[in-house]
Design a protein around this ligand. Structure first.
Ligand SMILES: NC(=O)c1ccc[n+]([C@@H]2O[C@H](COP(=O)([O-])OP(=O)(O)OC[C@H]3O[C@@H](n4cnc5c(N)ncnc54)[C@H](OP(=O)(O)O)[C@@H]3O)[C@@H](O)[C@H]2O)c1
Length: 340
């Protein structure tokens, strides 16, 4: 077996987006002479075809992502591309030339390494860019809805930031599992969320949000909340979750942190609150994570999960895309092409 030998180029330097400080995306810049990584034990070396942009990338540029890289670092952590090298100790490796989707350090670059255990083959007939989101957005949405959220047919499910990368996957999946979906998004993004099949789309920042959800559910509230916005929506999420049977799965805080006290839980808010980090789930509950990947592959095979349609930008536009994601002005999935 060929190991540690990337094909296609003898050049050991690559183009990459480097984050130089923790002052945000403004200190992210393209470097042309960056050293190509070599795959360590258990890793593939990937020729990146398309790199996924995620809200966590924004947090990393501020140094606020727990356990994230310290500047200077090659930015990005999600990509799809071709296996061009295989490190030691990879069990039953996929053949060189296979296109895979996965996560690893430094995806905003022409080459990166990925732990082989976490990758999925790019579905047959899909491009690298179309596969972005499979192991991040969709697994996070699926984990929040199923193993953590316990979604059941007929549940009322509230999905915040429903026009975003994870949000769009969550709306599609919740509808697939037979839920009634109440979604929130900025008004300019409502049409996109309606097109995904959400039953109601509301402005998550409207002061009448709780009253409107209460009205829509006949006073009963919702069975499940997918909470990723934090400060701007968490109080509403607590207020509309059904007492004792309701579940709130918290997996992000795009607008900043929110708090709940023990007093709140005893006297006011009686829904179950669960935390989710997909990387921690993969590490701490690997069999649950594997079952998520298996289900994602089945959803692809059944046509429930269609090829993604990310907006792909040249690498040099990475800082601008991250600024837009930070400002909440993007919709859907965005990606970078490191060869453009
Ligand atoms: N825990 C995990 O494992 C995990 C994995 C993936 C993602 N996440 C989290 O899931 C969330 C969605 O991630 P994503 O990558 O798909 O991003 P995204 O949803 O595409 O972008 C974030 C969205 O949050 C909304 N938002 C509300 N208040 C905001 C504010 N003050 N500033 C910026 N955005 C605001 C915006 O939508 P509106 O304009 O429609 O309000 C914005 O478009 C993020 O919180 C992310 O950290 C967590």
């Amino acid at each position: 077996m060929e190991t540690n030998k990337p094909r296609r180029t003898a050049d050991q330097t690559i183009r990459a987006l480097i984050q130089h400080s923790h002052r945000g995306p403004k200190d992210l810049a393209v470097a042309t002479g960056h050293r190509r990584p070599t795959p360590g034990p258990g890793d593939y070396l990937i020729r990146v075809g398309a790199a996924g942009v995620n809200f966590a990338d924004v947090m990393q540029t501020h140094g606020t992502y727990a356990g994230g890289p310290r500047a200077p670092y090659v930015a990005g952590f999600e990509a799809a591309g071709e296996i061009v090298g295989i490190g030691a100790d990879v069990e039953s490796p996929l053949p060189l030339g296979t296109h895979v989707i996965g996560t690893g350090p430094g995806s905003f670059a022409q080459y990166m390494t990925m732990p082989a255990a976490g990758v999925l083959p790019v579905p047959t007939g899909w491009s690298d860019a179309e596969a972005l989101g499979m192991v991040l957005n969709w697994t996070t949405a699926l984990a929040a809805l199923k193993p953590l959220g316990g979604i059941e047919t007929g549940d009322a499910v509230l999905v915040h930031a429903a026009a975003g990368g994870v949000g769009q996957a969550a709306v599609r999946l919740a509808r697939h599992y037979g839920a009634r979906v109440i979604a929130t998004a900025s008004p300019a993004k409502h049409a996109a969320v309606e097109a995904l099949g959400a039953d109601e789309v509301l402005d998550g920042r409207h002061p009448g949000l709780v009253a409107e959800i209460t009205r829509l559910t006949g006073g009963a509230g919702v069975d499940l909340v997918l909470e990723s916005v934090g400060k701007a929506t968490f109080a509403a999420s607590l207020a509309v979750a059904k007492p004792f049977t309701g579940r709130i799965v918290v997996f992000g805080a795009a607008s900043g942190d929110a708090a709940v006290t023990t007093h709140d839980l005893v006297f006011t808010h009686h829904a179950a609150i669960k935390g989710l980090h997909i990387g921690a789930l993969a590490r701490e509950a690997p069999s649950v994570y594997r079952s998520l990947l298996t289900e994602i592959e089945a959803l692809v095979a059944d046509g429930v999960y269609p090829p993604g349609t990310p907006q792909v930008h040249p690498l040099v536009e990475g800082p601008k895309v991250l600024r837009q994601l930070e400002a909440g002005t993007t919709r859907g999935k965005h990606a970078l092409d490191p060869w453009r």
